[in-house]
Ligand binder design. Structure first.
Ligand code: ZN
Ligand code: ZN
Length: 467
């Protein structure tokens, strides 16, 4: 019998050196530099090819599909057990203490963009597979590690994969947390748009910028205001900052004043873990007299979206007994006087409520401020695998055995992972209970010992589920 933990320990140096190579590649979606060869930009493809090169080096069969998705395969046969991970990341963003693209080991952790989402965990799963091969174990069910490169945005990678490859019926995605996620909320995004204007007010909102992505809580907000009252605004700004959990700075400009706020980024599936600099900025600005277009944009955010992750002010508060709360993240706020504004809101919803209902409430509320709402037609419905399914019980047993956490139970979350693409698909790791969740944040990191334990759990899981 294989001692999985001991095996994982042997791979530590090789694993970290491969992770270093992956982290060194900036693989955030970069469609500005897209070409026919690199549909999502060169970075994501480069990270995918790095993964596939590891597979080739170690003697696996690999396949690259259009430089947006690929797989590493072991075993033979028609059906297969799938492990779905991703090589793209969210943008590095600001606020790092180390270079986000240089794997840095400190205090037993490795720091770098992708160490916990999802380069570190996907690579741990790869090493789990490698463990089987290196021990001469040939699975009775083929195993495929599928690597996507557009998980953080549109999933064009897995959609393409499902078009050209036989769909996996069973598998897990190492792209969330342990012990195991057997249910995922639905996920739908809206853009509320506001017209621009050339009319000026006592104060005129020239620009408002906050947020990078729908699934991140914005860390920064920056506004430019045309005003004759810069001193009054800056005094009020300093007062406001004393009472709120954001920091800020201001600068006088030829037109008036520029303000900046800094909150805390977090994953959009639980906005309570972050501090939204954009909605705090709007809430501060609401006390001043602005031009009408600027005023509407500010007031919509301040009145209807600020500090309201359960969307109570939109009339959308909803909880399902099994799947939990509907949540809302205000991911992007973008405005210029000439072109108008856009507010991107992303909702995670349990079974029992439909996207059409969210659309309706958002429209009803935005109309008062002159906003028009568009729903992204590419939404995801809630996903649920019965906790008595042998996939769930097998993985839970291995998790309990290796961690000693006898009381562990499967969970339902707001994050959408690739698991939902498989009828019998669950998310499995690699963030352990109690470990700090730094996904999508500055200083993203993971404990090295946790990554090795994940590797060991993945090795045994792949073995037990395919023997
Ligand atoms: Zn991920
Ligand atoms: Zn992510």
């Amino acid at each position: 019998m294989i001692d999985w933990k001991k095996e994982a320990e042997k791979y530590k140096d090789d694993y970290l050196s491969d992770l270093k190579a992956l982290v060194a590649i900036d693989s955030a979606r970069d469609v500005e530099h897209a070409t026919d060869e690199f549909p999502l930009g060169p970075g994501p493809a480069k990270a995918l090819n790095q993964f596939l090169e590891f597979g080739n080096r170690d003697g696996f069969t690999t396949h690259n599909i259009d430089n947006i998705v690929g797989y590493i395969e072991y075993g033979t046969g028609e059906d297969y057990f799938a492990v779905l991970g991703h090589a793209d990341t969210v943008p590095a963003g600001k606020g790092w203490d180390t270079n986000p693209f240089e794997l840095t080991e400190k205090d037993g952790k490795v720091f770098g963009r992708g160490t916990s989402d999802d380069k570190g965990p996907a690579l741990a799963a790869y090493y789990g597979l490698k463990m089987l091969k290196d021990n001469g174990i040939m699975p009775n069910l083929k195993i495929r590690l599928v690597i996507g490169t557009d998980e953080e945005t549109n999933w064009t990678c897995m959609k393409r994969y499902f078009e050209v490859e036989p769909a996996p019926k069973i598998g897990f995605s190492p792209d969330a947390e342990f012990p195991l996620i057997n249910g995922e909320k639905g996920n739908v995004t809206f853009e509320t748009k506001f017209a621009g204007s050339d009319k000026e007010g006592e104060n005129t909102l020239l620009s408002f910028k906050s947020g990078l992505k729908e699934n991140m809580v914005p860390r920064e907000a920056e506004v430019e205001i045309k005003t004759d009252d810069a001193d009054f605004i800056s005094t009020k700004f300093e007062e406001y900052l004393l009472d709120v959990p954001v920091t800020g700075d201001y600068e006088n400009t030829p037109e008036g004043i520029k303000l900046e706020m800094i909150g805390k980024a977090a994953h959009g599936m639980e906005p309570k873990n972050g501090i939204n600099a954009g909605t705090y900025m709007a809430t501060f600005l609401k006390q001043f007299n602005f031009d009408e277009a600027g005023k509407n944009f500010i007031a919509f955010i301040a009145d209807k979206l600020h500090d309201d992750s359960r969307a109570v002010n939109l009339g959308l508060q909803f909880t399902d007994d099994i799947m939990g709360d509907l949540t809302m993240n205000v991911g992007i706020m973008d405005y210029t006087q000439a072109d108008g504004g856009m507010v991107n809101t992303n909702f995670r919803y349990p079974k029992g409520i439909e996207p059409a209902k969210i659309d309706e409430q958002l429209k009803n509320n935005a109309a008062y401020y002159g906003g028009s709402v568009e729903m992204d037609p590419d939404f995801m419905v809630p996903h649920f695998v019965d906790p008595s399914d042998p996939l769930v019980t097998t993985l839970m047993d291995i998790y309990k055995e290796q961690t000693g956490q006898e009381g562990a139970e499967p969970e339902i979350v707001g994050g959408g992972t690739y698991a939902r693409m498989m009828k019998r698909g669950v998310a499995f790791g690699a963030l352990f209970p109690g470990a700090e969740d730094t996904m999508h944040q500055a200083n993203e990191s993971q404990r090295v010992s946790d990554l090795l334990l994940a590797m060991s759990i993945y090795g045994q899981s792949l073995y037990n589920l395919t023997k």
